[in-house]
Design a binder for this molecule. Structure first.
Ligand SMILES: [Zn+2]
Length: 253
């Protein structure tokens, strides 16, 4: 897949938002050093490295990779990345065994097939298959070493938002007034007909009720830049984004 450098947006000082074909990732920059948050499908591996080079860095500059959660579209390129560069990967302690594929909290192919009739699902499924979306390759992640801001470029603060998966975290970037929301709060998806802040379709959530409850935590964050796992970057106060998502929650399937 191409590096899609046209998908790299400087969202704030030291914060780059990268739109892959069907999933986003974020690069934090502090001097010569980087933090990568999420990393796309296996098929996005070249695009991830391309986005890092596009902003004038090398993959070796990444001091650590943070994952919001261990779905294949967020960690799929990491086995190659970590094998090449030896970069440590960090996740919530509750998400570590999921990344290791001791179990899988991900939508099954059978469930996807039952929704093939819906608009957009067939073409999206084809993309998932072509991007290595059936991979179950484990990622060896470490639990966050500390509470509060992490000692990584950009000083991201993990925000537990369990539900989408059992150990999902958002990352608050206080100095940029931004939140990397992963799949707890999105602004679009290939198989969603909704616009604006929204929850993903229900089939993607391990525990949808818990995910919806976790939105209260997001609403309380002091930030007005929403960097979602799926959909476009959106400049909106978090409380407003969550209110919109709660309205859309009643419209999702
Ligand atoms: Zn997900």
């Amino acid at each position: 897949m191409s590096a899609r450098p046209e998908g790299v947006v400087k969202a704030a000082d030291g914060v780059y938002f990268v739109g892959g074909a069907h999933v986003n990732w974020v690069i934090l920059e502090e001097g010569d050093d980087l933090t990568l948050i999420d990393a796309g499908y296996p098929g996005d591996a070249d695009a991830v490295e391309g986005s890092i080079r596009h902003i004038g860095h090398r993959p070796e500059d990444v001091r650590g990779v943070l994952v919001t959660h261990a779905h294949v579209d967020h960690i799929g390129s990491l086995p190659r990345f970590t094998a090449r560069y030896g970069t440590p990967v960090y996740a919530d302690a509750r998400e570590v065994p999921h990344a290791a594929r001791e179990y899988l909290e991900q939508v099954t192919p059978a469930t996807i097939l039952s929704h093939l009739w819906r608009p957009g699902v067939a073409s999206w499924t084809l993309h998932v298959l072509r991007s290595g979306g059936t991979s179950r390759e484990p990622v060896r992640a470490l639990p966050f070493p500390d509470e509060g801001p992490l000692d990584l470029p950009g000083r991201p603060v993990p925000v537990p938002t369990y539900g989408h998966t059992s150990g999902h975290n958002c990352y608050h970037l206080p100095s940029a007034g931004a939140v990397v929301t992963g799949d707890t709060l999105c602004t679009g998806h290939a198989i969603s007909r909704l616009t604006g802040p929204q929850p993903l379709p229900s089939l993607f959530h391990h525990d949808r009720d818990r995910m919806l409850a976790a939105l209260d935590t997001v609403a309380g964050l002091d930030a007005d830049l929403l960097l979602p796992g799926h959909g476009p970057l959106t400049r909106v106060p978090m409380a407003e984004a969550v209110a919109a998502a709660r309205v859309n929650a009643s419209r999702t399937w």
